[in-house]
Design a protein around this ligand. Structure first.
Ligand SMILES: N[C@@H](CCC(=O)NCCCC(=O)O)C(=O)O
Length: 253
């Protein structure tokens, strides 16, 4: 059996004088460590290129990012002109998500990736959860660059009865997660089923209801301490197993 190969679409960041296509190292390290070898996919926004690359891959991992999905993608006006966007990533991931689900390739989304999956399938987002009445502030502490503080556990989530995550976690009903986002799921896309909620009711995990394989996303960062946290271990194991199964099923095609 060969080791699965996982594609990770890049962010596009302006550095110095030019655009760079990049993925944060903690995401690459977690996927490389828990799932398979990693290939970074430039955010060309061109499905023809991606369709040529996909036969060499066994899964897609969508990372978090400081940038936000452009609100016009879900029918809203940009609420704050200072919002960081990355349209090249939107142009890449949104059509990719639909195609990957169609061909039955495993798909795992984290934070921005979670929000992208909701938008790609017809859902909408809050642009600033912390300004919505009754909602918590889900942003990271703003006065530090210490990752141990930024990615520390921030709040509980309750796992839906009978959810996949509950099964993968041996029947757990809640767990602690970190929290580094200001956007969040407003209207859940019709093809998605909520799997976990924050204490304020915000959706923290969902699965693609009609998926042919692992198609799952979480609002928090399981890549942080991915070998230590029970939820991270469970999520990456389920993704790994699905990628191995996909690699085996498509071998020789
Ligand atoms: N920008 C969006 C998505 C939040 C997100 O993905 N944060 C990641 C932070 C940096 C990282 O660890 O990659 C939002 O604010 O909701």
């Amino acid at each position: 059996m060969r080791r699965p190969v996982i594609g990770i679409p890049c962010d596009v960041k302006f550095v110095g004088r030019a655009d760079f296509h990049a993925v944060g190292e903690k995401y690459i390290a977690a996927v490389q460590g828990a799932v398979g070898d990693v290939v970074l996919l430039p955010a060309w926004g061109d499905m023809d290129i991606l369709k040529r690359l996909l036969p060499g891959l066994d899964g897609i991992f969508l990372t978090g990012s400081l940038s936000n999905v452009k609100p016009s993608r879900y029918g809203s006006e940009l609420a704050d002109p200072n919002t960081l966007l990355d349209e090249k990533r939107d142009n890449t991931t949104l059509p990719l998500i639909e195609h990957v689900l169609e061909i039955g390739m495993p798909l795992f989304g984290v934070c921005r990736g979670f929000q992208e999956m909701n938008v790609a399938l017809g859902g909408t987002l809050y642009q600033k959860v912390q300004e919505v009445a009754g909602m918590m502030d889900h942003r990271e502490p703003g006065d530090t660059i210490d990752s141990n503080i930024l990615y520390a556990d921030a709040h509980t989530i309750s796992l839906a009865e009978g959810s996949l995550l509950q099964q993968w976690m041996g029947g757990a009903s809640e767990t602690m997660v970190n929290s580094l986002h200001q956007q969040g799921v407003k209207d859940l896309a019709p093809r998605l089923t909520a799997e976990a909620h924050a204490p304020d009711g915000l959706i923290e995990a969902f699965r693609v209801t009609d998926a042919k394989t692992f198609a799952y996303a979480v609002q928090w960062h399981p890549e942080w301490l991915y070998t230590e946290k029970a939820a991270s271990i469970a999520l990456f194991k389920a993704f790994h197993d699905a990628c191995v199964e996909y690699a085996t099923a498509t071998a020789g095609r």
